[in-house]
Design a protein around this ligand. Structure first.
Ligand code: FES
Length: 167
């Protein structure tokens, strides 16, 4: 009897699992399938089992790439650029305004990389640079880039999204 096939996936299945990117794809699929767009501990365990990988490896990949979320995410994602060009043009004020407007005035970017509102409507995070410094300050709202953002413009975007959610 072939003990290799009795205790682990077949050679062809293992071949697929060992391909570069297979684990990333499995994690992406799992996150996309989650209602709150994140990878729970149970999900990480299930992916490790499915991919026949140690949980520690799966966890280290999930924590290395910033597009994987280990906490439940809001329906809308606001990303405030905190690079030098955006900082000098007021991005800290934008971040503070968003946090205050969304009921998280105690948020400190040096303590947490992001926050999600209790109603799970918004997640606000920062990025080091969008690569569009000439348009600073830059904010992304659900993937759409807004250049030369102002606190007033950001507040009206947040307010209209909130109104849209309560309709
Ligand atoms: S610093 Fe904000 S886009 Fe580069």
């Amino acid at each position: 009897m072939d003990t290799q096939t009795a205790t682990s996936p077949s050679a062809s299945a293992r071949g697929v699992q060992d391909q570069p990117g297979a684990l990333l794809t499995a994690l992406e699929d799992a996150q996309r399938a989650d209602e709150h767009n994140y990878l729970s501990e149970d999900t990480l365990r299930a992916v490790a089992l499915e991919m026949d990988q140690p949980l520690s490896r799966v966890y280290s990949v999930a924590t290395f790439y910033s597009f994987f979320n280990l906490k439940p995410q809001g329906k809308h994602t606001i990303v405030v650029c905190r690079g030098t060009a955006c900082h000098t043009r007021g991005s800290l004020g934008l971040l503070r305004e968003a946090a205050a407007r969304l009921g998280m005035p105690e948020f400190r970017e040096d303590e947490e990389p992001s926050f999600t509102t209790d109603d799970r409507l918004f997640t606000v995070r920062t990025v080091a640079c969008f690569g569009q410094c000439a348009l600073a300050p830059v904010v992304s709202v659900d993937g759409t880039i807004y250049s030369r953002m102002t606190q007033g413009k950001l507040c009206s975007i947040l307010d209209s999204m909130r109104k849209g959610a309560t309709k």
